[in-house]
Design a protein around this ligand. Structure first.
Ligand code: FMN
Length: 205
């Protein structure tokens, strides 16, 4: 089993890293391979809707997105973490995710998805909703914890008191492991769900 983790923070030792590291401990205990990328300090542009990816089967801008795409194809789960910036996800992260999901033709069905959100105070649930939308348009089951996947803190602080936030992260990781294993068994037993063919309707006459 393999999990791809993308951290949208620019801080290698920031709060989002603390939250994701709590999950990594659980993955390692369970023998799950982890591929981890910190992207918030990279210059990653967004999609320009050129649709070159239809022909190339990769993004026309050959940067981290195409590298991460190979890991995504191979992964059983994707965990995306972000700090809240003005009540939404970090823009570098959404630039990456938009290009990653749009430019890749491989089937994402039944890869488990999970969003992790870090904030000083507010905007977590709106950010959580925005990130979950990448999964839920892609046939990806969304893993949850026993609470929304938030971790609170202002700056990197070794005395951070969000003990519950870290517990939420560990439980989320356990649920991801369970789902990955269950989906693997279900694929062997029943095969993947069938997709219907049909035209796209665009709400216009
Ligand atoms: C540009 C910017 C905008 C921010 N906007 C918010 C916000 O809307 N709500 C909030 O609670 N915290 C906000 N924060 C604080 C960060 O979300 C918070 O410090 C977070 O824990 C940082 O995560 P990191 O250490 O992984 O980078 C903002 C920080 C920055 C730099």
């Amino acid at each position: 089993m393999k999990v791809l983790m993308i951290n949208g923070s620019p801080h290698p030792k920031g709060n989002t890293s603390v939250a994701l590291n709590e999950m990594i401990k659980v993955f390692e205990e369970n023998g799950v391979e982890v591929k981890y990328y910190l992207v918030g300090n990279k210059a990653i542009r967004s999609c320009i809707a050129c649709n070159s990816c239809y022909k190339l089967d990769r993004c026309v801008f050959d940067d981290e997105v195409n590298e991460i795409a190979k890991e995504f194809e191979d992964a059983d789960a994707l965990v995306v973490g972000t700090p809240v910036y003005y009540a939404g996800p970090n823009a570098t992260l959404t630039a990456l995710l938009t290009r990653l999901f749009y430019s890749t033709g491989f089937d994402k069905t039944m890869k488990v998805g999970a969003a992790v959100v870090t904030a000083r105070r507010s905007g977590t649930t709106a950010t959580f909703d925005a990130l979950n939308k990448y999964f839920t348009i892609s046939g990806m089951p969304v893993a949850s914890s026993y609470y929304w996947n938030n971790y609170y803190g202002k700056a990197s602080d070794p005395d951070n008191q969000d003990i519950e936030g870290r517990r939420v992260m560990r439980q989320l990781a356990r649920h991801i492991v369970f789902l990955m294993r269950g989906i693997e068994l279900a694929k062997e037993e029943y095969g993947m769900p069938v997709y219907e063919q049909g035209e796209m309707t665009n709400f216009m006459r």
